[in-house]
Design a protein around this ligand. Structure first.
Ligand SMILES: C[S@@+](CC[C@H](N)C(=O)[O-])C[C@H]1O[C@@H](n2cnc3c(N)ncnc32)[C@H](O)[C@@H]1O
Length: 302
């Protein structure tokens, strides 16, 4: 049986991390059936979906060549990416805060006879050794974390020159100010939210979209030649319906490349770790000063 907890006991958790665990208990129950199978099309590499951030993320992964590499999947949720990397021949470790989600990931790996080492731990304090991983996959997780702490821990457990691939939701801070304005919050958000989320949106109390300052923080660690933006319109104002709008959305951001960081709602980037982490964070504060200064009221998810 794969251990569901880090090799050391779970460290002391922050209130925020506890709230994430509580939230995802219900989330795991609600979506367990939906995520009990996996579509391997994205790793067949016979098809390209240039307008889709997730598919483009797998193009970055293909370039990194997973075979035999020690890969880490950060905040792995239901475990799909962990299983997909294992399918590509990587030796995969994956962690999350939620024991319920990890259990589903574990079942999934067993179902497809693929080996993934699932562990329960927070991104801000990893129980892996220094320099264990050649490759780190970060998908929709940093915006749930104390970003500087998580990045510093990921740098610590990465080998020098390790590849990181990142696909995260994003809003530029200037656009965020507009989104938080009274007019938008009172009149536009309720309408858009109705259109986007028929039921309850998947937004935790503490999550906060990454912005240009977080991108700069990531660039502090990795050398990334380019960063591609997606979803200026789709998932912000309209739900994903068919491919035409998503294609238009992506073309718009390619055409308006200089202002794409202002308009984009998601980014994909990859790069090579350039900087050695100073070592394990030892102070007792559960959130970094940088994140505390950066924190603000949770933002609407659309
Ligand atoms: C939006 S989901 C993304 C899951 C997965 N990466 C994906 O793309 O499907 C966010 C995940 O982060 C996990 N999480 C939240 N805060 C965390 C933290 N501090 N450390 C590790 N995992 C965390 C949650 O339990 C949840 O599984």
């Amino acid at each position: 049986m794969i251990p569901m907890q880090g090799k050391n006991a779970l460290p002391e958790l922050s209130q925020r991390q506890r709230r994430e665990i509580e939230y995802h208990k219900d989330h795991a129950r609600q979506y367990a059936e939906k995520y009990r199978s996996i579509d391997f099309a994205v790793v067949s590499f016979t098809e390209r979906r240039w307008w889709n951030a997730y598919w483009e993320m797998y193009r970055h992964i293909a370039l990194a060549d997973m075979h035999g590499r020690r890969a880490l999947v950060v905040g792995c949720g239901f475990g799909h990416d962990a299983v997909l990397l294992a399918k590509l021949g990587a030796q995969v470790s994956a962690f999350d805060l939620s024991a319920e989600l990890l259990a589903i990931g574990q079942d999934l790996a067993a179902r497809y006879e693929l080996n993934v080492d699932f562990q329960q731990m927070p991104a801000e304090r990893l129980s892996y050794q220094d320099g264990e991983f050649d490759f780190v996959l970060i998908v929709d997780i940093l915006h749930h974390c104390d970003v500087p702490r998580a990045l510093s821990e990921l740098a610590r457990v990465s080998k020098p020159g390790a590849t990181w691939v990142i696909d995260e939701i994003y809003t530029h801070s200037a656009l965020q100010l507009v989104r938080e304005s009274t007019v938008i919050m009172r009149f536009v958000y309720p309408l858009v939210s109705q259109l986007l989320y028929a039921g309850k949106p998947y937004i935790t109390d503490d999550e906060r979209k990454l912005d240009e300052r977080d991108v700069a923080e990531i660039r502090h660690w990795i050398r990334a030649d380019r960063i591609d933006y997606y979803e200026a319109i789709v998932k912000r104002f309209v739900p994903v319906r068919g491919r035409a709008l998503s294609k238009l959305d992506r073309l718009l951001l390619v055409g308006l490349r200089p202002v794409a960081p202002l308009l984009g709602g998601r980014f994909v980037m990859s790069g090579v770790l350039e900087r050695a982490a100073a070592g394990r964070i030892v102070d007792s504060g559960l959130n970094s000063a940088a994140t505390r200064a950066h924190e603000r009221a949770p933002a609407p998810g659309c």
